[in-house]
Design a protein around this ligand. Structure first.
Ligand code: NIG
Ligand code: MN
Ligand code: MN
Length: 321
């Protein structure tokens, strides 16, 4: 629960979960199966919204991602149900005004509680400032469990490194530098893979910082069908060196035509057809503890394309058979 008045946890609103109902047996859709999270719920996939675009505003981007969680739920609601385990709606954490740090801490507390209850949290952003709160929740949980220096692997599908200098402004452009700083403070290794990076959208300073931090980088142009197996093998080598994985997907990694509803659309991007097999590899690794989706901005979406792509990714991540 949010611990103060600046980041509130609005009542769970299940009214977004509507859609087509088929009369045949075995024809359920997400809106018929998802349940409001209760404290005694059996372990399952728990969706938690992060209603924030304060980080995007600070990063001089196009605001609107605070409405992302609702748009994503609406797009997921009518999708067919293929899970065996339960799925829950855990409500939202809302960032009030510019109170980003408070909201990130509230998100971390909620994520840590979900992990403690053995759920698989999928956080629905929100700008990519969601990543700092998500990671902090996993870190809190692992520290509470007595892990001294957990090897957390962060896998970010993104056109951007989001490794800007956070000294003066902490924003949607700084979460991974903030995490690197936090890891250094704690004496934890920082393991970060950033896949789908656009060279044109990231300065030389950002490439240098990525190199200094030992980031695994694959550019958007590396994603060719013939190279997919090679990228998968590299990713597997990265994952072997980690105990726990945190997957974060910035929807601006997709081509702008597929995902116009983001703050900073990618001129080139990587298609979902190429990303999906890698997401499945990560899902099936046995190490994935937490995932989030960032930057869905319904104000700039066209015919819910971005929301539908995001929902498809959540659908895929939640498959357990
Ligand atoms: N999360 C956003 N990241 C990008 C935005 C780039 C832009 O607005 O053009 C970044 O800071 O690099
Ligand atoms: Mn991005
Ligand atoms: Mn990003």
């Amino acid at each position: 629960m949010a611990s103060n008045s600046q980041a509130t946890a609005p009542e769970l609103d299940m009214s977004l979960w509507t859609g087509r109902t088929d009369p045949e047996p075995n024809s359920e859709r997400w809106h018929q199966k998802i349940q409001p999270l209760s404290p005694t719920a059996a372990p399952g996939c728990a969706l938690l919204g992060f209603e924030s675009d304060a980080g995007v505003a600070r990063n001089q981007g196009r605001i609107g991602a605070a409405q992302g969680p609702s748009a994503l739920r609406k797009a997921l609601a009518p999708l067919a149900w293929h899970r065996t385990g339960p799925a829950y709606d855990a409500g939202n954490v809302r960032c009030e005004g510019d109170a980003l740090e408070t909201a990130q801490q509230a998100l971390a507390d909620r994520v840590a509680a979900l992990l403690k209850a053995e759920h698989f949290p999928v956080v629905l952003g929100g700008g990519h400032e969601v990543a700092y709160g998500s990671w902090l929740g996993l870190a809190q949980h692992l520290a509470d469990n007595g892990e001294k220096a957990p090897r957390i692997g962060i896998i970010n599908f993104d056109a951007h490194f989001d490794l800007r200098d956070p000294t003066h402004v902490r924003s949607s452009g700084t979460p991974f530098t903030q995490i690197a700083d936090e890891c250094a403070k704690r004496g934890w290794p920082f393991r970060y893979a950033c896949l789908g990076v656009s060279r044109a959208a990231n300065t030389r300073a950002l490439f240098s910082r990525a190199a200094e931090l030992g980031v695994m980088v694959r550019e958007d142009r590396d994603f060719q069908p013939a190279q997919l197996e090679c990228i998968r093998r590299d990713l597997e080598r990265f994952m072997v060196r980690c105990d726990h994985l945190y997957l974060t997907i910035d929807l601006d990694v997709l081509p702008a035509g597929d995902a116009p509803g983001v703050s900073a659309p990618a001129a080139r991007g990587v298609s979902l057809a190429l990303l999906e097999p890698l997401i499945e590899t990560i899902r099936d690794s046995g190490k994935l503890r937490l995932a989030d989706l960032a930057e869905l901005n319904p104000d700039h979406d066209i015919d819910s394309r971005t929301a539908r792509a995001a929902a498809r990714i959540v659908f895929q991540l939640a498959l357990d058979t």
